[in-house]
Design a protein around this ligand. Structure first.
Ligand code: V47
Length: 364
């Protein structure tokens, strides 16, 4: 395979990857532009196995989207709705608690909870959501509120992001998911989500959380109007923030689903693009411990293949995914742990059930 990589014109990058040398911006662009997916995947697999061996992680989790009401109304999003829309909904604290109670008999260790930027839910609501979940499932880890939501909560509370994080943590917040990052480029934000927190604002909230001791994830929404350079710039900004704080756990490339969005003219991503994004991210983000292949967005079969192209995590059982399904995802809304274990085993990896912070719970 080494000679294959050399023939693909990536011999110098093979040396760099083997020596654990950091890739430059131009190297990242070259990887994206290289038409030889196997060569790029081979490099990513070297990094993947160096960091995570043969392990492939999954988690028992439950997704809850407390409300789709949103003032940002990003053009790529089919989930967020104006408050006046007949499709708008918001759950009260009891509704959310009931969702958690419904699944108390399942071995769920994480609740992943995000929503839109709601114009008038009070600050106390968000604290009560966390407290409510903890009251029925005290040991569950709540990974909730994107950096965009956290910035909004700080604003409505009229206080700093750190003071807000302190309140949220006291109410039960365990960590912060990676959503809302989109593509950091101001050009892309201007064209697709002009009302949203800026890329630098997103990174500042993440860095504040890290300094405060809270881990976060990071995402990139790819496959719409962004350029390859804008993708690498996004990865570069994440890598340099991680150099400073070390608080990111996982990076999750998110494949754009155009249906029911204002960007419905875009085509869905292809398998090659999906694997390429995972592989380049694995090579470039040398300081991120984990890369997730989110099966909801790329399908369980491709996520399985991604375990040999840089990914070491398949996310989890999920249950009731809404954001991608509103935008036309044709995957199931949940997957069984037995199915995840089978997919991982068949990929020649070792299935490991983890908790949110990647502590090993069970090895299969
Ligand atoms: O923030 C919105 C994206 C995100 C679309 O942290 C879309 O472990 C595709 O962040 N097509 C929410 N994507 C999902 C998310 C996530 C998922 C799984 C695990 C983790 C984690 C995070 O989905 C949003 C936005 O970036 N999104 N619309 C769309 N049409």
């Amino acid at each position: 395979m080494d000679s294959h990589v050399v023939q693909a014109g990536l011999g110098d990058l093979l040396d760099k990857v083997k020596d654990g040398e950091r890739l430059s911006f131009d190297d990242g662009v070259r990887l994206y532009r290289c038409p030889d997916l196997l060569a790029v995947g081979y490099l990513a697999n070297i990094v993947r196995e160096r960091l995570n061996g043969d392990k492939a992680y999954f988690i028992y989790n439950q997704h809850i989207n407390y409300s789709n009401v949103c003032t940002n109304l990003c053009k790529f999003c089919a989930f967020g709705k104006d408050k006046s829309s007949p499709l708008a909904y918001e759950m009260n604290v009891d509704d959310v608690v009931a969702k958690v109670r419904e699944r108390l008999d399942e071995p769920i260790t994480e609740i992943h909870m995000v929503g839109g930027i709601h114009p008038d839910l009070p600050y106390s609501y968000y604290l009560e959501l966390l407290q409510g979940i903890k009251s029925v499932r005290p040991t569950v880890h709540i990974q909730a509120f994107t950096c965009v939501e956290i910035a909004h909560l700080a604003e409505i509370a009229g206080q700093s992001v750190s003071d807000t994080l302190k309140d949220l943590q006291a109410a039960g917040l365990g960590s912060i998911p990676g959503g809302g990052a989109e593509v950091f480029s101001p050009r892309i934000r201007q064209l697709t989500c002009e009302k949203k927190l800026s890329g630098t604002g997103w990174l500042e909230v993440a860095a504040t959380a890290h300094r405060f001791g809270l881990h976060t994830n990071a995402t990139m929404l790819y496959g719409h109007i962004e350029t390859v350079e804008e993708r690498v710039e996004h990865l570069e900004m994440l890598r340099s923030t991680q150099d400073q704080t070390g608080g990111f756990l996982a990076f999750i490339p998110l494949a754009f689903h155009p249906k029911n969005t204002e960007m419905a003219q875009c085509s869905r991503t292809t398998g090659i693009e999906d694997l390429k994004n995972i592989a380049v991210a694995r090579c470039y983000l040398d300081n991120f411990p984990h890369i997730k292949a989110y099966w909801v967005m790329i399908g369980p079969k491709l996520a399985q293949v991604a375990l040999s192209f840089g990914a070491d995590d398949m996310d989890g059982t999920v249950k009731e995914e809404v954001i991608t399904h509103m935008a036309g995802a044709d995957t199931d809304q949940a997957i069984g742990s037995d199915q995840l274990i089978r997919l991982i085993r068949e990929a020649g990896r070792q299935p490991v059930e983890r908790d949110t912070l990647y502590n090993v719970l069970q090895v299969f």
